[in-house]
Design a protein around this ligand. Structure first.
Ligand code: PEP
Length: 250
């Protein structure tokens, strides 16, 4: 199975910087094509056209959007709709990222409405879930994952399921340099796998589950070797071409 390696560029990079990073990555990927990897890059909205242009013709790379507002249109100043993303040729979006949940106030219900609208609109969705350190230490990991998944994935079927990816990102490991250990990742991914199958049925067994949280060139290969880890969602280490390329090749 192809592993998915996704880059979340968050609110980093000006247009020239994004263009240069994407062009360098394109050159390096063309030089050494990897048939067992699929790359997804989530740049900021303003950098999407430049990054798309840099990867034009490279079918192993998809450019996605980090965010959108769950309404067709309306008085939502500063927001961007799914139709506006479609205009740009975007069909992959991210939902539920912990920074949007915890810094920008998105609730489980709001994440669910975004996920449902995007899937209904034919988009591919990477749904992020994960627990805080306090939730983990209180022994609530399974409950938190279950509640986030049950709210976001009610009654999904067939085609929508084939466009869903789940990213397990323990919040205490995002941008902190603390990576979850192999035992923690194994246990959480097994839990996510069985929860998804319980919520959406057996068809859910094929849904890719990515790990995210301080992934670096030095731990990527270990993480990719674990059961139920179908890929990686990378923040900080995806901003630098060489480190992201090492993770892609890990
Ligand atoms: C992320 O933003 O999804 C992430 C995992 O960030 P980092 O790799 O920097 O921890």
């Amino acid at each position: 199975m192809q592993k998915i390696i996704a880059a979340n560029w968050k609110m980093y990079k000006t247009r020239p910087e994004a263009r240069e990073t994407a062009a360098d990555l394109y050159r390096l990927l063309i030089a050494e094509p990897l048939s067992d990897r699929r790359v997804i890059v989530f740049p900021s909205f303003t950098n999407i056209p430049d990054v798309q242009e840099a990867f034009a013709g490279e079918s192993t790379v998809t450019v996605g959007a980090q965010n959108f507002y769950p309404a067709a249109e309306g008085p939502f100043t500063g927001e961007i709709s799914l139709d506006m993303l479609l205009d740009l040729g975007i069909s992959q979006v991210l939902t539920g990222h912990s920074e949007r949940r915890h810094l920008l106030g998105e609730t489980d219900d709001f994440v669910a409405s975004k996920t449902a609208l995007a899937l209904a609109g034919g988009f591919s969705v990477m749904l992020c879930i994960g627990e805080t350190l306090a939730e983990r230490e209180a022994g609530n990991l399974a409950e938190v994952l279950s509640s986030q998944l049950r709210t976001a994935l009610p009654e999904l079927q067939g085609d929508a399921l084939s466009r869903l990816t789940v990213a397990y990102e323990p919040i205490w490991a995002i941008g902190t340099g603390k990576v979850a250990g192999p035992a923690e990742v194994l246990a959480a991914h097994a839990e996510v796998r069985s929860l998804v199958a319980r919520i959406v049925g057996d068809a859910g067994r094929g849904i890719p589950i990515l790990y995210g949280g301080s992934v670096k060139p030095g731990n990527a290969s270990m993480l990719l070797g674990l059961d139920n880890v179908d890929g990686l969602l990378v923040g900080g280490a995806s901003l630098d071409v060489q480190s992201f390329l090492q993770i892609i090749k890990a």
